[in-house]
Design a protein around this ligand. Sequence first.
Ligand code: ZN
Length: 81
Amino acid sequence: MTEQPERYYLNGDQKEGAPDLWFCSRCDLFVSEVHFSEDHHSKQTLSNYEKYLAEIKSLPIYMKNTRGKMRRPANPPNCLA
Ligand SMILES: [Zn+2]
């Protein structure tokens, strides 16, 4: 039995099979797009977009460390990118 790699989501990534939901990595939840323009994360040092950029930058290291257990398509829909 082959284990399917689990989808890995960055801040703002669209949920597979649920186009109305996007991943907020600060809340660790799938949320509606309006969540990112609400001000409850506005006191963070990084903006939502900057957080996404930081995450995508460390993605190759993360993927290497998890040794194929996780997957993320090359250019998935993201409401912040
Ligand atoms: Zn959030």
